[in-house]
Design a protein around this ligand. Structure first.
Ligand code: KG4
Ligand code: ZN
Length: 334
């Protein structure tokens, strides 16, 4: 019997629907909400409204592009948590209604676990157990993935996420939201060793990025006092130096996690794994350390429903279904 999952992701500002048949992604449609750019960050109320507008056309497109009909579906998977509650409610209510109307099971998926399992979408897949550095706008975690059903958080950020560190640094430089990709772009022509920003002294496998943000703020205030055109004249070198520091913080902890666990099967996931500096440094570190490294394709790194679909597929195989009364949560335990 073949298994076809329709999955919905709506945790933040992307409305996405994917179809997955027997573990193969057939379609992955993502509607990005441009409306937030003018506000310098995601406005929760506007995000919920945009999900309401987008969800039906996005689901329709995903079905057409996969060549599937509603009657082909075996189950509906959706992002249950964590995320913006208004946004999650749109996706979860839609998923429940669809499952109820089709008399098929519902599968609740944890967004951060799905980012990790995005590494299982395409070959070559990592073998278990593997480590995953998950870096997004809201989270920074090192996860030990024993199996698709058992994931363990070894370390996470105590304050800002890595994506926030990129976005807030970009804001200090006058770049629009989300600034992460712009720092990446400007960093390409810059000297990463020109300005030295501090590496936080945080124990174990925990991360902290708030001190870095403050260091950058004070550095820019002082430099602009001496030269009002400092940012404009040195943008590439500042971006390269900021990116270099964020990347080195991430990779030092990942290296430590590999040493502590003895695991050399290592992945990265989440929106920040699109960063070219991180990808390059990850490859270099991987070669030096003898790791087998994996990075999901770009469309599976940022928020997408394909990762919810693959997670839902493994849950389906294990019979992990959710009752129709299941609710969405802004925060979630693992
Ligand atoms: O996983 P994601 O799409 O959404 C969340 O679940 O948060 O991650 C979004 C984050 C944003 O902070 C964005 O600036 C960052 O990923 N990001 C990048 C790049 N592309 C996306 N940061 C640095 N360089 C990039 N190329
Ligand atoms: Zn995410």
């Amino acid at each position: 019997m073949s298994v076809t999952i329709l999955a919905i992701e709506s945790s933040c500002d992307e409305t996405s629907c994917a179809l997955c048949k027997d573990g193969t992604i057939l379609s992955n449609i993502i509607a990005t909400q441009a409306i937030h750019e003018q506000y310098g960050g995601v406005v929760p109320e506007l995000a919920s409204r945009a999900h309401m507008q987008n969800i039906v056309p996005v689901v329709d497109r995903a079905l057409v592009s996969a060549g599937c009909r509603l009657g082909d579906l075996s189950a509906i998977a959706f992002t249950q948590s964590p995320g913006l509650i208004g946004s999650l409610l749109v996706g979860s209510q839609f998923a429940k209604s669809l499952a109820l109307s089709l008399h098929i099971p519902l599968i609740a998926v944890h967004h951060m676990q799905a980012h990790v399992l995005a590494n299982l979408i395409e070959a070559p897949r990592p073998s278990f157990p593997f480590l995953c550095l998950t870096v997004s706008g809201g989270h920074t975690q090192i996860v030990l993935c024993h199996s698709p059903h058992r994931l363990e958080v070894l370390g996470e950020t105590m304050d800002d996420a890595a994506g926030e560190a990129f976005d807030k640094s970009a804001k200090l430089l006058g770049l629009p939201y989300p600034g992460g990709p712009l720092i990446d772009k400007h960093a390409r022509g810059g000297n990463p060793g020109r300005f030295q920003f501090p590496e936080p002294q945080v124990g174990g496998l925990q991360f902290s990025f708030s001190g870095l943000k403050t260091a950058i703020l004070y550095f820019l205030q002082e430099q602009k006092r001496l030269n009002p055109l400092f940012v404009e004249e040195n943008l590439a070198d500042i971006c390269a130096s900021v990116q270099h520091r964020i990347v080195s913080i991430l990779l030092h902890k990942l290296q430590k996690a590999s040493e502590l666990t003895g695991i050399k099967e290592v992945c990265i996931a989440g929106g920040v794994s699109a960063n070219s500096g991180l990808r390059q440094a990850f490859e270099i570190t991987g070669t030096q350390q003898g790791w087998n490294i994996h990075i999901p394709r770009f469309e599976y790194c940022t928020d997408n429903a394909a990762m919810i679909a693959i997670s839902g597929y493994y849950k389906f195989l294990a019979g992990e279904f959710s009752p129709m009364g299941v609710s969405a949560h802004a925060r979630a335990e693992w």
